[in-house]
Design a protein around this ligand. Structure first.
Ligand SMILES: Nc1ncnc2c1ncn2[C@@H]1O[C@H](COP(=O)(O)OP(=O)(O)OP(=O)(O)O)[C@@H](O)[C@H]1O
Ligand SMILES: [Mg+2]
Length: 424
């Protein structure tokens, strides 16, 4: 946000230039805390601006103090609008207190009565995205929001997380869908699940959806893919859960080039706060390219030898492909499958040199019922401990909380095997 715009608005009474054009603001969540009903009305009126058509807004009565109370126990949205009538010298410290409860990606616009350039400068310096003097117009408000989220130099709003199984069937699709569901519930933000398994994907089945369009249309559209088309191809499966489903057709082979999914990833990332990519168990040029492009990668593995070997190769290859980027995280799934000799979780994780973020028990009745019903585990068994696992994964991948898991399971002695792998 440029200093000039605000100075113009504050001190010469003119509206800022619409230098971000009329582009739509992405699917962000906005929470407003208003002390006066006129301010709440103004903010609600701003929602009818075309640029705000995808924004999810909630307004609350309250001030910075109210926001602090709310965010003590609730996740913060992409943007907080907060009205304050505090005296100039108390505003920065009140905001500082609020900042303690805000996630790093959250932006704050302050609405206040005091027209003071020193206050404005100190707030901007402390990380507030904009300070708007009341009374103001909806256009000034919407333009300020656009400046944060639509300007060419705005960082993409979306976090991209890819799930891939170490061995076909280890459960990466199931784990990714349930974790996405939990993230959507916890953050109350739009989540998009991109099913990249075009011939056999299960996102449609698992959410009981069978839309005619989806990811195939997006990938074949290539440079013609834009946000309007993307919106048409996305299916809303539940509150905050959106899908780009696979065509699940074998009529023609799906052979893609390395960069064929780049456009989709870029577009979804700049329009949706959380993007979960359900990547099939393949090693093609486009899978490789996709893994390079993502913010986080989760490898889902079962605690057996083939999974261990594949996880190790995946981890090493991914680390070499994206130096300096976050290493993949590990989820062990189907742990405790009756009568199966298993590699203990801690040893598995240390052998592959990967952070174990969760282990999920084998539970055929619950997973089977969920799969057959086209529902999530939380829907078929809300009291199941499995939901805690998905909550932990969602917290970890969205960066909302650090969760540490330690092995509680016994199993095979694999020290010999580990040595062998280390030598390889
Ligand atoms: N913890 C679990 N306990 C029991 N069954 C499970 C568990 N996790 C997943 N499943 C089941 O395992 C099967 C395979 O899962 P899923 O389709 O998610 O695997 P995948 O890793 O995505 O496969 P691919 O790598 O081929 O895409 C599904 O039927 C699913 O319901
Ligand atoms: Mg899958």
């Amino acid at each position: 946000m440029s200093d000039n715009n605000q100075n113009t608005q504050n001190h010469e009474g003119q509206e800022p230039a619409l230098n971000v054009g009329t582009r739509l603001i992405p699917r962000i969540t906005v929470q407003a805390f208003c002390e006066n009903s006129q301010t709440a009305q103004l903010i609600e009126k701003a929602l009818s601006d075309r640029r705000m058509s995808k924004v999810a807004l909630t307004t609350h009565n309250g001030s910075i103090e109210g926001a602090i109370e709310t965010y003590r126990s609730n996740p913060t949205p992409n943007l907080i609008l907060v009205e304050t009538s505090l005296p100039t010298d108390q505003i920065p410290s009140a905001l500082e207190e609020m900042a303690q409860f805000c996630d790093p990606g959250t932006h704050v616009i302050v609405l206040g009565q005091i027209n003071d350039v020193h206050l404005y400068r100190s707030l901007i310096k402390s990380g507030v995205a904009e300070y708007i003097v009341l009374p103001t117009s909806t256009d000034i408000l919407v333009s300020a929001i656009s400046e944060i989220f639509v300007a060419d130099d705005s960082p993409p709003i979306g976090r991209t997380i890819g799930f891939i199984s170490a061995k076909g069937g280890s459960g990466s699709s199931t784990v990714s869908h349930n974790s996405a569901w939990m993230a959507a519930q916890a953050l109350r933000q739009d989540v998009l699940i991109v099913d990249m398994d075009l011939p056999f994907g299960t996102a449609g089945l698992n959410f009981n959806q069978d839309p005619p369009n989806g990811i195939a249309d997006a990938v074949y559209a290539q440079e013609n893919l834009d946000v309007v088309m993307l919106d048409r191809l996305i299916t809303k499966a539940a509150n905050n859960i959106n899908l780009l489903t696979a065509p699940v057709s074998l009529e023609k082979p799906f052979d893609f080039g390395a960069g064929d999914f780049e456009q989709i990833i870029e577009l979804v990332q700049s329009n949706i706060p959380l993007v979960i990519l359900d990547i099939p168990h393949l090693w093609t040029s486009w899978v490789r390219q996709t893994l390079i492009a993502l913010d986080e990668i989760v490898i889902v593995a079962e605690p057996d030898l083939a999974n261990l070997r594949n996880t190790k190769t995946l981890v090493d290859t991914i680390a070499a492909l994206r130096p300096g980027e976050n290493k993949p995280m590990l989820v062990l799934n189907k742990v405790g499958l009756p009568k199966r000799p298993e590699i203990p979780s801690a040893e598995f994780a240390s052998a592959v040199d990967c952070e174990l973020i969760e282990q999920i028990a084998f539970d055929a009745p619950t997973f089977g019922t969920a799969a057959n019903n086209g529902q999530m585990i939380a829907e078929v068994s809300s009291g199941s401990r499995l939901n805690d696992s998905f909550k932990n994964i969602s917290a970890r991948i969205t960066g909302r909380q650090i969760h540490e898991t330690t092995s509680k399971l016994g199993g095979l002695d694999i020290s010999g095997l580990l040595k062998k792998l280390k030598r390889a």
